[in-house]
Design a protein around this ligand. Structure first.
Ligand code: GLN
Length: 402
């Protein structure tokens, strides 16, 4: 039997593939970005209570009333964004569903969608599933967004730009000036901004500015975020969208037919966390991540990698060219198998891979795990990926396909 052509246009997720490989080699998984530490008790207790109280049937398709109201309060206090919970807020199965539902609802076949590169690997397939064409603009870990490159990517065919800040995997927190430049182009070309603000509370520098707050943007922005990273519950699959009513209407139709709704009792848990956790929770979340970032960054530099400490999110993109001449997939697999630390090959974050010597590590792990990873990595400076592993590459690559 044949399969649909649209699925031939992209590769499977390398991030999820590396997680499977880490399990196989019993290696420390610094590939997929999920925390290994517990979620706040208050959130867990509220979800358990909801199950016990039999909040076990579908919530309203676009989200439990209580969660939409809690979100409206938070967007008002955090960012002075007034959002109507009845007409402008939609709860989804994670930010992942929010992004694909938004693109399916708002982008026409043949439209162009601007994506910063390196990118979170879902955006390319999301765009292709929406029959649109991704147009890539570089956003490096160090250095500002190249505004000339950005301007030349926009055209009358541009329907939307995906704005992910703090960014995965570059770790950039976009500045007000960068966001204003994006705003000016969106207005000039009548394009939408579709954001991914899932790391909004994990920042080590600067301020989080939702692009929706810039003059002229509220009516053309779809703001996406979720509970996964802020409350360390990536498996709960609770995300959300804030968008003007007309856009929300279209997005809700797609969302309804895709998933009907996010898990009802977990939505209650997230609502309680949003209402009850105060500023100190968010401050200590960022502080905890700062310590983990510094630990992993120091270990990588001491081990011979070249990398910048990120401004936000919980990833480090590291250059291993001083350590090995292997290509990035072979190096990542070698590191996983021989050193016992699993990263993601950098090419998974670029439209055209191959020539760069980059791998991505996560630091959303407790310090005991990061310290053990650091100890193993420091040992690599002596070992070096020699190239002998190339003979095993085909088997390893097919291992990634599972
Ligand atoms: N966003 C995380 C990452 O980039 C998790 C991805 C996923 O598997 N959903 O690793």
């Amino acid at each position: 039997m044949t399969t649909a052509r649209r699925t031939h246009g992209f590769r499977e997720s390398v991030i999820r593939g590396m997680t499977r490989l880490a399990r196989e080699y019993n290696s420390i998984n610094l590939a997929q970005g999920f925390p290994n530490f517990p979620a706040p008790d208050l959130l867990k207790e509220a979800a358990i209570r909801a199950v016990r109280d039999d909040i076990n049937q579908y919530a309203i398709t676009w989200g439990a009333q209580r969660l939409r109201e809690a979100l409206a309060r938070k967007y008002a206090t955090w960012y002075a964004i007034a959002a109507d919970p009845e007409r402008e807020i939609t709860v989804t199965c994670g930010a992942t569903e929010a992004m694909i539902a938004t693109l399916l609802a708002l982008v026409n076949p043949g439209d162009e969608v601007i994506v910063f590169e390196p990118f979170y690997e879902n955006y390319g397939p999301d765009t292709i599933l929406a029959d649109a064409r991704p147009v890539y603009v570089p956003l490096e870990p160090s250095g500002p967004l190249d505004l000339d490159r950005l301007a030349s990517a926009f055209s009358p065919r541009t329907r939307a730009i995906i704005v992910n800040t703090p960014s995965n995997p570059a770790g950039r927190v976009l500045t007000r000036a960068e966001l204003e430049a994006i705003r000016d182009l969106c207005v000039r070309y009548d394009a939408l901004a579709v954001t991914d603000e899932i790391y909004e509370h994990i920042r080590f520098w600067g301020e989080h500015i939702p692009i929706a707050t810039l003059p002229g943007m509220r009516e053309r922005t779809v703001t996406i975020s979720g509970a996964s990273k802020t409350f360390s519950v990536t498996g709960w699959r609770v995300g959300w969208i804030v968008a003007p009513a007309a856009l929300t209407d279209a997005i809700r139709k797609v969302h309804d037919f895709l998933t009907v709704g996010a898990p009802a009792p977990l939505q209650e848990g997230v609502a309680v966390a949003l209402d009850q956790l105060d500023e100190s929770f968010y401050a200590s979340l960022a502080e905890g991540y700062r310590g983990r970032r510094d630990l992993l960054h120091a270990a990588l530099v001491e081990s011979g990698f070249k990398c910048e400490p990120p401004e936000g999110a919980y990833y480090i993109l590291a250059d291993y060219s001083g350590l090995s001449e292997l290509d990035d997939t072979a190096f990542a697999v070698w590191l996983s198998r021989e050193v016992g630390v699993t990263p993601v090959p950098g090419s998974s974050f670029f439209s055209r891979g191959g020539e760069r010597s980059l791998v991505r590590f996560v630091f959303c792990k407790t310090s005991d795990v990061l310290e053990e990873a650091a100890r193993r990595l420091r040992g690599t400076a002596g070992q070096r990926g020699s190239g002998a592993e190339r003979t095993e590459e085909p088997a390893v690559r097919s291992g990634l396909q599972r």
